[in-house]
Design a protein around this ligand. Structure first.
Ligand code: PHE
Length: 413
């Protein structure tokens, strides 16, 4: 049942919703299954020389690195809750061949250098069998280089930059990549009748840089024109000079592939200087803090995303949402769903692994096919990636609304 989720997303409100004055195309009801036609079947990823940390004794140690504090703390907390819930469920059901999973969580304080330090600790000192993390691509790229060096399999729940899994054959993810997500944003903008776009990106973020590149490529292919590009750094607080420059170029929308942590300020300052066109973003906007940070400045703006709990009508998903809400007192966001799926997929692989060491666990993860996650059906391709549908969300008052869903096939990816 669960693997019908993406199809179910597309039903109901999504198909009929249209933006005032904008052209819209119908969404598809087709779920994404398997590798699809464009999946890569061969890989040139580096092969790890080491064999990770073989499981010894009665526990399976699993490491997690997460932004529990710092700029993007809601990413780390949501993800951690999802991971913890999946591991608690597995342990309550008896564990894996009688062994319980013990989760060792390290806070990287939303900092790339700290991510590298704590992942080194998890792999070299704690000797974890598997690593789960991170959300932000810049930090996952750092963590991946360490996991690959030690031969420890790593699963990122939600890092979408294509580079993350290019680090080697130990690295996997359960989410789609930005060459797809940014292309979805480009299609949405084009279909909405926005024929010119400006780009405003964080040059310290691998996610933002990759997203902007992929957006430009697809948008110009569709016939759109990029009017100009400006940049900032995540820690900046005054964005008005760049926003004024973008305004002068008169775009019909502005793509800001940033994180929720700066989006509120950017959106409010855009309004203040009279830049009134819609802002467009990616999954990095998804946070319970987005709307409180922006006030009404992001009203009607749109972003691409992975998952949205209130749209779900599937029994498996309903159970997840109910269980999560009971455990943590709030509905799961996309981060929580992806954290839950990363841990569930790992547990499934641990059960199937022929040997509980780096090579055995890595092979079992790589062989994952049609895994029924709460965020969609997951098949790991030869490059360690998943292929799933993406949602387009719109900000309405205090809520996000799903207005559209795209499968990879729909946009030729
Ligand atoms: N995809 C973002 C990145 O790679 C992280 C993210 C995922 C943020 C999902 C919010 C929701 O950096």
């Amino acid at each position: 049942m669960r693997n019908r989720i993406m199809g179910l997303f597309a039903i109901s409100a999504i198909t009929t919703f249209t933006l005032a004055g904008c052209k819209d195309t119908p969404a598809s009801n087709a779920p994404v299954t398997g590798n699809g036609t464009n999946a890569v079947s061969t890989s040139s990823r580096p092969v790890a020389a080491e064999n990770g940390n073989p499981v010894t004794g009665n526990e399976i140690l699993v490491g997690e690195y997460a932004s529990l504090t710092g700029d993007t703390a809601t990413f780390g907390k949501g993800t951690h809750n999802g991971i913890q819930m999946a591991i608690d469920e597995a342990n309550d059901a008896g564990g894996i061949s009688g062994k319980k999973i013990r989760l060792l969580t390290e806070d990287d304080a939303s900092k790339p250098e700290q991510a590298q330090t704590v992942v080194t600790k998890l792999c070299a000192d704690d000797k974890v069998a598997v690593v789960l993390g991170e959300v932000a691509s810049t930090r996952s790229i750092r963590g991946a280089s360490i996991c690959q060096k030690y031969g420890v399999p790593m699963i990122s729940p939600s890092s979408t930059n294509p580079e993350v899994t290019k680090g080697g054959d130990c690295i996997f993810r359960v989410c789609f990549t930005d060459d797809f997500q940014a292309a979805v944003a480009a299609h949405y903008a084009w279909d909405a009748g926005w024929k010119t776009a400006a780009i405003f990106k964080d040059i310290k973020s691998d996610y933002a840089k990759g997203f902007a590149e992929n957006f430009s490529a697809e948008y110009t292919k569709l016939g759109g024109k990029i009017t100009g590009e400006q940049s900032y750094q995540g820690s900046d607080t005054d964005f008005k000079a760049q926003l004024n420059t973008l305004k002068g170029q008169d775009p019909s929308c502005v793509m800001v592939p940033g994180y929720y942590s700066e989006m509120g300020t950017i959106a409010r300052q855009a309004k203040e200087i009279g830049l009134k066109v819609p802002l467009l973003g990616g999954d990095g906007w998804d946070s319970p803090q987005l709307i409180p940070g922006a006030g009404t400045a992001l009203e009607d703006c749109v972003f691409t995303d992975h998952y949205f709990s209130t749209e779900l009508k599937d029994k498996g998903i309903e159970d997840f949402v109910a269980g999560f809400t009971k455990k943590y007192g709030a509905a799961p966001d996309a981060l929580a769903a992806l954290g839950y799926d990363a841990a569930k997929l790992m547990i499934d692989a641990l059960k199937r692994a022929k040997t509980l060491d780096g090579k055995g666990i890595r092979a079992a993860i790589a062989e994952t096919k049609d895994f029924a996650g709460v965020s969609g059906t997951i098949t790991i391709d030869a490059n360690g990636n998943a292929r799933k549908s993406a949602l387009v969300m719109q900000i309405k008052g205090k809520d996000f609304k799903v207005i559209k869903s795209y499968t990879p096939e729909q946009i030729g990816k």
